[in-house]
Design a protein around this ligand. Structure first.
Ligand code: ADP
Ligand code: TPW
Ligand code: MG
Length: 560
């Protein structure tokens, strides 16, 4: 009898990923997954090798957000896995679909704690931070493991999934016929979840009673890719909308119904608020006073039933996916049934105008050194002709000012620190945004924020990605230290030349300290498509502690 043709775990993992259209891996190579990465690349999967697993993981998570397919991050065992865990947790928190695949050490040794190379009980370490976690112990289960990981990541509320592949499984052989039958092509991984017709009617009935309705769009709405239906619903009903940070651009920020420039007024005065893919978490002050009125009633569209009533009672919960839900709303909407009052719309318009005028004064000043407003005005003007550009943004003041100043006109183009306000997402998000879309990226980074993952500039240069990193160099976390004083806990080197770092990798560096040079360098960088870093000198006294969220710092009872 002839021996059966054999394959192994490495091949099966690659086959399972390819079978399910997972065509890109972000990772860091090493024992036991080096050959997996090599084989994946040889078999036509795009492999992006990073300098740190955390950045690779962030890249995978934002790839998932942009494509609705789980982004894949590949790491080694032990510390490599742990480095990827922050990104997995961040993905889960932000409802981004990703799969962290890590090789793991010999289970027999790990379980007896006999000290294997990079020994950790990875499956159990991952569980609290993941939407789901699986371990594959037999090569014939690789197909099932990958299929379950995909389904768990993208169905329902998306999240991060951990898939543990033991070194033994990767190396195990199995006959080709058994292997072929073990693979699963996942059918309809994220089935639509239409809301019940009653829930839609209940929501419309409540909206009909509203005089001062407001729609809040969250990144769940952006993720759902229901852009046209959301826009039609807003324009047909005439309800003003407020985009959460990453929902900017579903409708353009310049849209007449945008209430963004009258945020506190709109939130404080609204009688019925319709949340679409946005949670009433800290970013919306939990729906509590003083920002919110006690009498506000809520409609909430969310795929997760358990999200309802988490912070405020929801009068009209609509549990379903946003794409199906918006279609259902449009179908049931009677002409002119919803009528925001004239006073309401006028009130928002006037408040907007006042705030925009106030902001214009700051934007048009051209102080030396630059402050956040003047530098961002220069960037805004260059980007206003480039709706194709992805904007990545992190920092404290750098984040808060950029969110307000840089208008977005296309959906899913603004990628930022999200639900946690996490630092260190910048380079990973920039790399994946560019890799997934083929479009240029401008990453607007605080100098502290940039420091978390700055070495990924080498990755950007190695793959020659059109990423322009603008470092807002104010010499510190929030602000710089006074000249000549010893470093404070928030201080960073004021004279740092971040532009020299990218030059070391063959990219272009600029060092700018006025708005004209900033505009010119950004324009040139985008025209060239070359990896670029602009070290942008910002007044070290311009920032405020914690940016816009200073109130979240605990206050000592002693200093009342
Ligand atoms: P933001 O920070 O922009 O306010 P959040 O991350 O707090 O947004 O909220 C996103 C919400 O969107 C989550 O509650 C999540 O369950 C929900 N969500 C994600 N995808 C979908 C979808 N396709 N359909 C419906 N809800 C979704
Ligand atoms: C993983 C805490 C919030 S904002 C910030 C830190 C360290 C940096 C702010 O300084 P930056 O911006 O970037 O220079 P700017 O414009 O205000 O000067 N560790 C993680 N996440 C967070 N959020 C922190 C620490 C923090
Ligand atoms: Mg700073």
């Amino acid at each position: 009898m002839a021996l059966p043709d054999l394959t192994d775990g490495f091949h099966l993992v690659v086959d399972a990923l390819k079978l399910n259209g997972l065509d890109t891996i972000y990772g860091v190579a090493g024992i036991p997954i080096t050959d997996l990465a090599r084989l994946a690349q040889a078999e036509g999967i795009r492999y992006f090798g990073f300098r740190h697993e955390q950045s690779a993981g962030h890249a995978a998570s934002i790839a998932g957000y942009l494509t609705q397919k789980p982004g894949v991050c590949l790491t080694v065992s032990g510390p490599g896995f742990l480095n990827g865990l922050v990104a997995l947790a961040n993905a889960t928190t932000n409802c981004f679909p990703m799969i962290l695949i890590s090789g793991s050490s010999d289970r027999a040794i790990v379980d007896l704690q006999q000290g294997d190379y990079e020994e950790i009980d990875q499956l159990n370490a991952a569980k609290p931070f993941a939407k789901a976690a699986f371990r594959v112990n037999n090569p014939e289960d690789i197909g099932v493991g990958v299929a379950r990981a995909i389904r768990a990541a993208v169905s329902g509320r998306p999240g991060g999934v951990y898939l543990d592949l033991t070194a033994k499984v990767l190396g195990s052989t199995i006959d080709v016929e058994t292997a072929r039958h073990s693979l699963i092509k996942v059918v309809d991984p994220a089935p639509s979840q239409p809301p019940s017709p009653q829930s839609v009617r209940r929501a419309l009935d409540l909206l009909k009673t509203a005089k001062r309705p407001l729609i809040i769009l969250g990144k769940g709405a952006a993720y759902a890719q229901a852009d046209q239906d959301i826009r039609t619903f807003i324009e047909t009903t005439g309800i003003p909308f407020l985009p959460m940070s990453m929902a900017k651009g579903i409708l353009p920020d310049t849209h007449p119904l945008s209430a963004a420039a009258a945020r506190s007024f709109a939130i404080g005065q609204a009688d019925v608020v319709m949340l679409i893919g946005a949670r009433l978490n800290w970013l919306l002050s939990h729906g509590k006073s003083p920002l919110w009125s006690e009498s506000t009633q809520y409609v909430q569209i969310d795929i997760s039933a358990a999200e309802m009533d988490s912070n405020r009672p929801i009068a009209a919960p609509v549990v379903g996916d946003i794409k199906s839900s918006m279609a259902a709303f449009l179908e049931s909407l009677e002409p002119n049934a919803i009528q925001p009052s004239y006073e309401w719309l006028e009130g928002i318009t006037q408040k907007k105008q006042k705030n925009i005028e106030k902001m214009a004064v700051r934007l048009n000043a051209d102080p030396n050194p630059m402050n956040f407003s003047s530098a961002l005005r220069a960037i805004r003007d260059v980007l206003s002709n480039r709706p194709d550009v992805y904007v990545v943004n992190e920092g404290a003041n750098t984040l808060d000012f950029a969110r307000n100043i840089i208008d977005m006109s296309e959906p899913r183009r603004r990628l930022d620190t999200g639900t946690w306000g996490i630092m260190g997402i910048g380079m990973g998000y920039a790399i994946a945004a560019s890799a997934e879309s083929g479009q240029p990226v401008v990453a607007i980074e605080g100098d502290s924020a940039f420091g978390f993952d700055g070495m990924e500039l080498e990755t950007i240069c190695r793959y020659h990605l059109p990423v322009v990193t603008v470092v807002f160099n104010n010499g510190g976390i929030y602000r710089g230290d006074p000249e000549g004083s010893p470093p404070s806990p928030t201080g960073l080197l004021a004279t740092a030349r971040y532009d020299k770092i990218i030059e070391a990798f063959g990219g272009r560096g600029y060092h700018v300290s006025d708005t004209a040079s900033l505009s010119r360098s950004l324009y040139e960088a985008l025209e060239s498509g070359e990896p670029t870093l602009i070290n942008c000198v910002i007044d070290p006294t311009a920032g405020t502690e914690s940016g816009h969220i200073q109130g979240l710092n605990p206050k000592s009872g002693l200093t009342k």
